[in-house]
Design a protein. Structure first.
Length: 274
């Protein structure tokens, strides 16, 4: 996998951003009070739970992913990415709707809880502390992003920021995710041209089957990965599947390149395919 080196000045950007968020959100929280923020968080949590529960069904019926981006160009993960994006979009829409409804009733409910004109000091201090919690999650997201192996100096930068205490947690979570998803490492091995072992082929076969590819297409795909001889019948299987699913020759070329085929090999196979 080709790594990316991040600029060193990212350290200052992260530090300034996190500290500014703590100060600004802390002040806002102090002014709003704990009860008001707790209500907002409760509504947000309810929206996320409801949205994530029903969004898969909505995503299947009504796709909102941008048609200008062809995710089929991404080997193995294209369909999964489209489904995930649709689910996230529908979840966001549902969260916004529920938060609007919650806002309508907020004034009435808060007034009943706080029957005095000014919020008490405890409520204000609690609001300041409570409002800083989202900064922790922002810092955790940054830590997880910087811990991804694609960044060669991501961990070094993370350890130099105010979010450095989260480095061990982020590293452990990323390592666990990669271990639980062997296909991620497998795509790297294929793209780098590293030799595959028998268990790697099993992972590829299982992944293709889980993604809904027909058995005959899976068999041919494994031949491509193993660099075995591809027959006219094999190419016919791919051609029929491509026509049925509107897959273009350019997409097929892109997939073969990702699987480690040279330009000469791709040209020879595409000549047969045509």
């Amino acid at each position: 996998m080709e790594t990316v080196m991040l600029p060193v000045n990212l350290i200052n950007i992260i530090n300034i951003t996190l500290i500014a968020l703590i100060v600004i959100l802390g002040l806002i929280g102090y002014l709003k009070g704990f009860i008001s923020q707790a209500y907002d968080l409760l509504i947000l949590g309810l929206g996320i739970i409801v949205g994530w529960s029903i969004s898969p069904s909505l995503a299947k019926e009504y796709s909102l992913a941008s048609s200008s981006i062809n995710f089929n160009d991404i080997p193995f993960f294209g369909g999964i990415i489209v489904a995930l994006i649709d689910q996230i979009i529908w979840t966001i829409i549902i969260v916004i709707v529920i938060m609007i409804i919650g806002f309508v009733f907020k004034g009435l409910l808060i007034k009943k809880v706080l029957r005095y004109k000014h919020k008490v000091l405890v409520d204000r201090i609690g609001g300041a502390v409570f409002s800083i919690i989202p900064v922790f999650f922002v810092a955790l997201m940054l830590a997880l992003t910087l811990s991804v192996p694609v960044f060669s100096n991501g961990t070094t930068i993370l350890k130099a920021t105010v979010a450095s205490p989260l480095a061990p947690v982020a590293s452990s979570l990323i390592s666990g995710f990669i271990e639980d998803n062997p296909t991620i490492e497998l795509v790297d091995k294929i793209s780098e041209g590293e030799p595959l072992e028998e268990e790697d082929y099993v992972v590829i076969e299982n992944t293709l089957q889980e993604m809904g590819f027909p058995e005959d297409v899976t068999v041919v795909a494994l031949k491509f990965v193993k660099k075995e001889e591809v027959t006219e019948d094999d190419l016919e299987v791919l051609k029929n599947y491509a026509e049925e699913n509107d897959i273009t020759p350019d997409q097929i070329k892109s997939w073969m390149k990702d699987l480690g085929f040279t330009d000469a090999q791709i040209k020879a196979l595409m000549d047969q395919y045509q």
